[in-house]
Ligand binder design. Structure first.
Ligand code: GAR
Length: 202
C-alpha cells in the first residue's frame, strides 16, 4: 500500500511523536509513514527519539533563523525536499503565518492539550494550559486534534477526548493524565484518519 509521507514538527520532549511511532510500529497507521522530524531547537529530546527509530531529522533553530518569514521558508523547502504530503504539529510551539499554512492547506494538524474552544489561542501552550484549567476550576478538560489554519488553535476539529480534573491535581499531574488518557490516544488515530483521507484526494 502507498503511504502518505508524514513530517512531525516538535519543540521538546516528543512524547506525542513517540505515541505516533508506537502506533506505526503496531500497524495502526497503515496509510502513512513518518519519514521526517523537524525540531525548532537543537536540544529537543525528540531528536534522540527520532535517531532511535532511524527517522531522519532536521533542526531549523529559532536562534539561527530569528526572522519568522526566513525560518518558514527554510521549513517549507525542507518539506518540499522530502516530498512531505502531511505535517503533524506534535508539541510544536511556533505559530506559523498564513503563507505557510496555505502552502499545505488541509494537510497540517495540531494536538492541543485542552478541549477547544476552551483554554486555547495565543499564550495557551504546554503547562500554561493546565495552570489555567486549574485556576478556573473546571472539572473536565482534555485534548483536541484540529486542522491548522492561520487562526491560532482555530481550525476545524478532528478529534477530542475528555479527561477528569481531580481535586489534588497540580499542573504537572494534570498534564501527564491528559497526555496519557487523551493526547497519545487521539493523535495517532487522527494521523491515520487524515493520512487515509489525503490518499482519497489524489
Ligand atoms: C503536549 O502536551 C502538547 O499537547 C502541547 O505541548 C506538549 C508537548 O509534549 N502542545 C501545545 O501546547 C501546543 N499549543 P511532547 O513534546 O511530549 O509531545
Amino acid at each position: 500500500m502507498r503511504k502518505t509521507r508524514i513530517a512531525v514538527l516538535c519543540s521538546g520532549g516528543g512524547t506525542n511523536f513517540q505515541a505516533i511511532v508506537n502506533a506505526q510500529e503496531a500497524g495502526l497507521i497503515p496509510h502513512g509513514e513518518v519519514v521526517l522530524v523537524v525540531a525548532d531547537n537543537k536540544d529537543a529530546y525528540v531528536l534522540q527519539r527520532a535517531a532511535r527509530y532511524h527517522i531522519e531529522s532536521v533542526v531549523v533553530d529559532k536562534r539561527e533563523f530569528p526572522d519568522r518569514a526566513e525560518r518558514e521558508e527554510v521549513i517549507l523547502s525542507v518539506m518540499r525536499g522530502h516530498d512531505i504530503e502531511f505535517i503533524v504539529f506534535a508539541g510544536f510551539m511556533t505559530i506559523l503565518s498564513a503563507d505557510f499554512v496555505s502552502a499545505y492547506e488541509g494537510r497540517i494538524i495540531n494536538i492541543h492539550p485542552a478541549l477547544i474552544p476552551s483554554f486555547c489561542g495565543p499564550g495557551y501552550y504546554g503547562l500554561k494550559v493546565h495552570e489555567a484549567v486549574l485556576a478556573r476550576g473546571v472539572k473536565v478538560t482534555g485534548a483536541t486534534v484540529h486542522y491548522v489554519t492561520e487562526v491560532c488553535d482555530g481550525g476545524p476539529v478532528i478529534a477530542q477526548k475528555a479527561v477528569e480534573v481531580r481535586e489534588d491535581d497540580t499542573p504537572e499531574t494534570l498534564q501527564k493524565r491528559v497526555m496519557r488518557e487523551a493526547e497519545w490516544v487521539i493523535l495517532p488515530e487522527a494521523v491515520e484518519l487524515v493520512a487515509k483521507k489525503l490518499q482519497g484526494e489524489e
